[in-house]
Design a protein around this ligand. Structure first.
Ligand code: COA
Length: 193
């Protein structure tokens, strides 16, 4: 049976505490969110997206609305030295051909001071592993191809979003079952309060 958390040891250079740039091993825990994490998750999401070029900054509200609608299928946090530094959300999407078991990845957020150390990648990989274990058929997302290609996401001409450009919309199928059509995210993505 799946353990509650993944513990990874990443080699990193932590600039503040490590002026000599000696590689340090950091312990990163990836685990499901708990109720006591909720405020910190909102804070992480706000601060991570503050500088994002294409964001109107509603991402913390999306997470909140998904949770309130019980549509937050999977919500994982990343913890370094007992401090939450990252979060990833997954929710189910609808596909116009009736395909089931597809999920939307996002929002994904890592606090600026801990970016570039593998935290985001660990959250994505842990989330995808857990979805697969639960029998999911695939995952979609809106994001930077330069980041998400490394996990196997690609532009699938058979899957598209009605509202957005295709360039940033990517999919990853977990099986040979193909899905085709318009993908709809949960309504929580379109409410701004
Ligand atoms: C995107 C984000 C989650 C990545 O988390 P992270 O912990 O910094 O990522 P990792 O350390 O696992 O990966 C770092 C790598 O991703 C690359 N990367 C990070 N953001 C990227 C982006 N927007 N586009 C392309 N590549 C990106 C880095 O250049 C680095 O590349 P390298 O491995 O070749 O050196 C984090 O930067 C973040 O929270 N950004 C603000 C919110 C955001 O953009 N969320 C995603 C929306 S789709």
């Amino acid at each position: 049976m799946r353990k509650i958390e993944d513990v990874l040891y990443l080699q990193t250079k932590r600039k503040k505490s490590n002026p000599c740039n000696v590689p340090l091993i950091m312990e990163l825990r990836i685990r499901p969110e708990q109720e006591s994490d909720i405020d910190r998750i909102a804070e992480i999401t706000k601060v991570a997206f503050r500088q994002h070029p294409y964001s109107n900054h509603p991402e913390h509200l999306i997470v909140h609305n998904l949770r309130r609608d019980q549509a937050l299928v999977l919500s994982l946090v990343a913890e370094i030295d007992g401090e939450l530094v990252g979060h990833i959300a997954f929710s189910e999407v609808e596909i116009s051909d009736g395909s089931m078991g597809w999920f939307g990845l996002g929002p994904l957020a890592v606090v600026p001071g801990e970016q570039g150390k593998g935290v985001g990648s660990a959250l994505v990989r842990a989330g995808l592993d857990r979805l697969k274990e639960q029998g999911a058929n695939g995952c979609v997302l809106l994001g930077e191809p330069g980041y998400y290609h490394r996990f196997g996401f690609y532009n699938d001409p058979d899957l598209f979003l009605a509202e957005e450009s295709q360039e940033h919309f990517m999919a990853l199928s977990f099986s040979n079952l193909r899905a085709r059509g318009v993908v709809r995210y949960h309504p929580a993505f379109f409410r701004s309060c």
